[in-house]
Design a protein around this ligand. Sequence first.
Ligand code: A3P
Ligand SMILES: CCc1ccc(OS(=O)(=O)O)cc1
Length: 283
Amino acid sequence: MEDTGRHLLKFKGYYFKRVGLDVDFLENLDDFEIRDDDVFIITYPKSGTIWSQQLLSLIYFEEHGKRTENLETVDPVPFLDARPSHLFSTHLPHYLVPRGLKNKKAKVIYIYRNPKDVMCLYFHFSHKWAENEAKTTIEEFMELFLEGKVTGSLWFDHIKSWYEHRSHFNIHFMMYEDMKKDLINSVLKVCRFLGKELNEEVLDAVVRQATFQNMKYDPLANYESILNSQPEGKRKEGPFLRKGTIGDWKNHMTVEQNERFDKIFQIKMKDFPLEFIWDINEE
Ligand SMILES: Nc1ncnc2c1ncn2[C@@H]1O[C@H](COP(=O)(O)O)[C@@H](OP(=O)(O)O)[C@H]1O
Ligand SMILES: CCc1ccc(OS(=O)(=O)O)cc1
């Protein structure tokens, strides 16, 4: 366990956020019992975690849509910790997840998003939540991001190693931008993967309740209580869900930063077969 400053801890080569980290739990994670009906959402931070948690909750629990209980969106699909249910989400790299996931019966859904948007919204989030490494400028944050000195470590390693080890898992890859462009189709694909059949009415309700407009104004989908509980002065105003668009990086990165990013991307992602959507107008 390497101490890497105020907000991060490095464990087995991977950066975790320090706050709330249970090192004993991590030490024993490999043995965590996996059941056949378990479903894991895997994301690199800022790639659509809360959105997929919302979708999974709506697909599995009708009550979540009705909001008869005052549950936060993350509650039915909690970050991997204890076992309250069979749905989990985590940012872990493939080599740290419980080995039972390799039984290929439990299901893994990997959500990814173009890394320029990930980087820019990570920068914004770092100012919204005080437990992050925050930097004043995108330029400075880009250094951290490209060195992988953030929770989640290096984006390139995360997606590449999950993809390269896909044959070890029962895994479905889903792109944030595809969800944005055609949510119904993405939900249908996920349901097929999960072996869930939703009738038309339920499908419509799931999609309606997972839209950005619906979630943005829902305090329970915005970590409002956590964000509001931060000490005065630490909090940048605004909901957790910010813009939810594709290509916002163009409003943040300079031409030089973009060129530098592209060069690194081309080297790191050479021969990587998954495509990315960088702009809302791309097909
Ligand atoms: N229903 C939805 N539709 C589109 N984007 C959504 C969404 N729910 C969450 N997101 C976006 O996912 C990002 C957060 O990712 P994560 O949950 O992995 O931290 C935020 O991006 P923005 O900052 O671009 O708004 C948030 O708006
Ligand atoms: C504000 C609460 C919150 C939500 C998600 C977090 O994790 S991560 O940035 O996705 O790693 C941290 C804090």
